[in-house]
Write a protein that binds this ligand. Structure first.
Ligand code: M6R
Length: 368
């Protein structure tokens, strides 16, 4: 069942290239036009949308944060991302022109389901990005875009996360196509880039043994920080969540720009800090994050850096570098999160913990 792996989580990490490929499969024609007939939402409704609100919990919410960067850039529609349980109990501004996107692996998360019901009551259209066919959220939403990650058994979400991000890209490009914002060849170009992602994820998986060796050597650490900027920010939060839930280590993900507004006070000699570095092809973004590595390094932090192949600027300040292949900025989360998943799983295994079933957690949280 575990495909020769020790744990389901390890298997699911290795299933990720396929999860992304399967989620892309059959969703565009040969000319590179997206074909999402399965949505069954009238294109005129999608053209009339003036705001998108993503509701989700945990890892699924981080997929929503990635979606915000991509959808706003590709479609110029404002996107808010809100934890489903917070959305539900305030008085959110949603109406018939709002598209509420609910993201959920299980499709049974009660907090997310209640947010879906609340949004429907306000007249919003609800689109669900769900992995489990026929689940409650899929049934109650107006439209469904299924992720094709296959069953996810480990409590910690991995392949569902990558499939959710992929589905969000498809949705963003589709909205752009329907609303005529991006030129058709631009949409086709992005789809072509997305098609290369499964191979790139494989390349990251090839560094597995190196990542594991670093993780095993860090068993006694009690605190790990994660820094990212732009789409690297949700990746930092996801890296921290994985480490908390699997290895029971206190971990926090920050927006790198926030460092000087407080968190830098936490840096003392020996503090491990993961830094997710944007591509050097975005020099303004890139330079700022490289400066952050310098700042924490100068205060004695251990810097574990995730950077693009060929980016030499990080070498001077990084204790360890995990490389990811050259990828368009908005799609980088699909490769940069992988080392963080492997790291957390291996550290938990090295501590003798149950990687697939961490304490106090359930795979799907069906109570509010
Ligand atoms: O099934 P869902 O995607 O709705 O679940 C949402 C969260 O409960 C889930 O992502 C949780 O945070 C995972 N344990 C993270 O690994």
């Amino acid at each position: 069942v575990k495909g020769g792996f020790e744990t389901f989580m390890e298997k699911e990490i290795h299933d990720q290239p396929k999860a992304v490929a399967d989620t892309l499969l059959g969703r565009h024609d040969e000319a590179g036009n997206l074909v999402l007939d399965e949505l069954r939402v009238d294109e005129s409704v999608l053209r009339g949308v003036d705001k998108i609100v993503v509701v989700a919990c945990g890892t699924a919410a981080y997929a929503g944060h990635v979606a915000k960067y991509a959808v706003e850039h590709w479609c110029r529609i404002p996107v808010e991302v809100e934890l489903a349980h917070e959305f539900r109990y305030r008085d959110p501004v949603v109406n018939v022109r709002t598209l509420v996107v609910a993201i959920s692996q299980s499709g049974e998360t009660m907090d997310t389901l209640m947010a879906v019901r609340h949004a429907s009551e306000q007249g919003a259209k609800v689109l669900a990005i769900v992995n489990t066919h026929g689940s409650t959220i899929a049934r109650e939403a107006d439209a469904v875009l299924y992720t094709h990650a296959g069953p996810e058994v480990a409590v910690a979400s991995t392949k569902a996360f990558l499939a959710q991000i992929t589905a969000c890209y498809l949705l963003g490009l589709y909205l752009s196509q329907v609303r005529g914002y991006k030129y058709p060849d631009e949409v086709a170009g992005y789809l072509e880039e997305l098609g290369k992602l499964p191979g790139k994820i494989e390349q990251v998986l090839e560094q597995e043994e190196d990542i594991k060796a670093v993780a095993r050597a860090m068993q006694s650490n009690t605190s790990v920080l994660f820094l990212g900027r732009h789409v690297g920010f949700p990746v930092a939060m996801e890296g921290a969540l994985k480490l908390k839930e699997l290895a029971y280590i206190h971990a926090e993900g920050f927006a790198a720009g926030e460092l000087k507004h407080g968190p830098i006070a936490l840096i003392e000699p020996g503090q491990p800090v993961f830094v997710i570095v944007p591509t050097p092809r975005r020099p303004l973004l890139h330079q700022k994050v490289v400066s952050n590595i310098q700042e924490v390094r100068a205060r004695g932090a251990r810097t574990l850096v995730i950077a693009e192949e060929g980016d030499e600027s990080v070498e001077e300040f990084a204790e360890v570098i995990f490389r990811v292949p050259r990828t368009p900025t908005l799609m980088m989360p699909l490769v940069t999160v992988v080392p963080l998943q492997i790291f957390a799983a291996e550290l938990a295994a090295a501590k003798g913990l149950d990687v697939d079933q961490p304490r106090n957690l359930a795979k799907s949280v069906t109570v509010e």
